[in-house]
Design a protein around this ligand. Structure first.
Ligand SMILES: [Fe+2]
Length: 183
């Protein structure tokens, strides 16, 4: 599967442009994490890009979210390792996170929301001037972007990353694709 094929499939399955942007942002962070750990950037990036591909197909029955996504990813040619990471990013299934890839996707997913919200409250609504220290401050405000699960973001420690470094890495990664995110 090429990146283009994965993105075409995401766009075919997900109408909501903000959800597609969420997947692009997750991809960018996953690529940066793969580089940080000397892992396979394509494998990690595509896992991030595809991770919520079933989000609209499962909106009436969230208990199937990520199970269907893992199946769709497999059909597209994703490896078992990638499909497993997608499956266990939804903690509702109780599937343990085993690999670095599983753990990376789990903590990268909510970080995108915190950073996007951090950009949107700026006067220019852009990522460019957003500083890591302000994202860190927002992290501590529990009511800010409350959907971005802080405990889940902090699981970056399971990768051996401190929260500060994770936020910096995620922010830089998302700045790198700011135009695609419209931010
Ligand atoms: Fe997600």
């Amino acid at each position: 599967m090429t990146r283009e094929e994965a993105l075409d499939s995401v766009r075919a399955n997900v109408e909501n442009r903000n959800l597609v942007k969420h997947m692009l942002a997750t991809e960018a962070i996953m690529r940066a994490l793969a580089r940080r750990f000397g892992e396979d950037e394509e494998e990690w990036g595509l896992t991030g890009l595809l991770h919520d591909i079933d989000v609209e197909l499962t909106e009436d029955d969230m208990s199937t979210h990520s199970k269907l996504g893992a199946d769709i990813a497999r059909e597209l040619g994703a490896s078992e390792k990638m499909a497993h990471a997608i499956l266990c990013h939804n903690k509702a299934h109780g599937v343990p996170r085993e690999t670095m890839l599983d753990k990376a996707l789990f903590c990268a997913d909510p970080l995108t929301g915190l950073i996007i919200a951090g950009a949107l409250v700026r006067p220019d609504k852009k990522l460019d001037g957003l500083e890591a220290k302000s994202v860190k401050k927002r992290f501590k405000e529990k009511s800010f972007a409350a959907g971005a699960n802080r405990e889940q973001i902090e699981m970056c420690r399971e990768l051996g990353l401190e929260l500060d470094e994770f936020i910096e890495l995620g922010l830089e990664a998302m700045k790198g694709i700011a135009a695609s995110l419209g931010l």
